[in-house]
Write a protein that binds this ligand. Structure first.
Ligand code: ADP
Ligand code: MG
Length: 263
């Protein structure tokens, strides 16, 4: 029998906290250890698609078409340079989705329906790269997902946005997805030379306990350069501290999954 897959929404309503970087590099690390991974790019900016080297001209069908019901996941999927890693790219069309479907009663369920079709269930991990807002796209992601993985940037206001995010997760649980879980919180862009960053790490760990991954993703210039080459950092510079941290994060994610399945 096929193992059930794990659909993880990578979400935080703040922009620039490392959602897309985490989606790309966690996906690459999982693929490197033999998992079959799909990223669905749900941000009209399309940074995950660009960061994985998918040229705009090759985005014939996109996550917009999938949610409109014009294409299946297998029709829209594009292979990447990483073996075992595919992506459903996004285009600016996504900006119009809300207008197109906001009156439809199934508007929150479009992605869930597409991902539950037989052609989409062959992936062991599906990572949903969410836009930086609580809009219909993020709601579709949280409705389709088993869990939410939250990147938090190590900065002063990190916790402030988090309570709002956790409230949203609660609302989704109470309405459309009662089993939605918190996959984990990953602290990103950690700078050891910054005293405040260490304080933020301590606060987040005190507040959220073992939901926070042990792995700290360091601020690393190689990680920020990689997308301009259309490559995950792990392909661009495997040895850099950022790539190594994402590999470590992937092993933590897998360990937690093993424990969850055993429980
Ligand atoms: P989001 O998807 O939440 O908006 P991104 O993943 O696009 O955030 O990251 C925002 C910016 O920060 C990007 O320019 C990215 O390259 C950079 N960045 C992300 N993580 C790191 C890191 N660990 N070290 C250095 N730069 C990073
Ligand atoms: Mg992004």
């Amino acid at each position: 029998m096929q193992e059930p897959n794990r659909i993880i929404a990578i979400a935080n309503q703040k922009g620039g906290v490392g959602k897309t970087t985490t989606a790309i590099n966690l996906a690459t690390a999982l693929a490197a250890i033999g998992e079959h991974v799909l990223i669905v790019d749900l941000d009209p900016q399309g940074n995950a698609s660009t960061g994985l080297g998918i040229d705009r001209r090759n985005r014939h069908l996109s996550s917009f078409d999938v949610m409109m019901g014009n294409a299946s996941v297998s029709e829209a999927v594009v292979a990447t340079a990483v073996p075992n890693l595919s992506i459903v790219p996004s285009t600016m069309d996504l900006l119009g989705l809300e207008m197109e479907i906001s009156r439809e009663s199934d508007r929150a369920f479009r992605l869930r329906r597409a991902l539950s079709q037989p052609d989409a269930t062959g992936y062991s991990y599906v990572l949903l790269d969410c836009p930086p807002s609580f809009n219909l796209l993020t709601v579709n992601a949280m409705t389709a997902a088993h869990s939410v993985l939250v990147p938090l940037q190590c900065e002063f206001f990190a916790l402030e946005g988090l309570s709002q995010l956790l409230e949203t997760v609660d609302q989704v649980r109470q309405s459309v997805n009662p089993h939605l879980d918190i996959q984990g919180i990953v602290l990103t862009m950690f700078d050891a030379r910054n005293n405040l960053a260490q304080q933020v790490v301590n606060d987040v760990r005190t507040y959220l306990g073992d939901k926070v991954y042990h792995t700290l993703i360091p601020r690393n210039v190689r990680v920020s350069e990689a997308p301009s080459y259309g490559k995950p950092a792990i392909l661009y510079d495997l040895k850099c501290a950022g790539s190594q941290a994402y590999l470590q994060l992937a092993s933590e994610v897998i360990q937690r999954e093993r424990r969850r399945k055993a429980a």
